[in-house]
Write a protein that binds this ligand. Sequence first.
Ligand code: FES
Length: 103
Amino acid sequence: MDTSEMFQPYDRLVEIEILGERRMVPENNSLLRCLQFLSIESISYGDFCWNGTCIECQVWLKQGDKEKGVIACRTTVAEGMRIVRLAKAIDLAEPTGQLGVSD
Ligand code: FES
């Protein structure tokens, strides 16, 4: 799969946390693109509208001691974001591994 046109231009990866795991994802991109970066097949072929209408891409961010649901295709990633829950349609069971893992 050619991914060169898939992502917004970025100079660096930023660290976020997904379900307790630290991952490196491309800045300047939506959270859904970042999830796609980590799991290219499952997100690319998932049932997503990519335009804010289906809500299949909802994720919940931890903000202080609260959780806030956001639409991943409409939310730009920011360093340090903590995703604590994912909508059922988001399948990261087969991450591409090497790209996003941070140790
Ligand atoms: S992919 Fe449909 S609302 Fe985000």
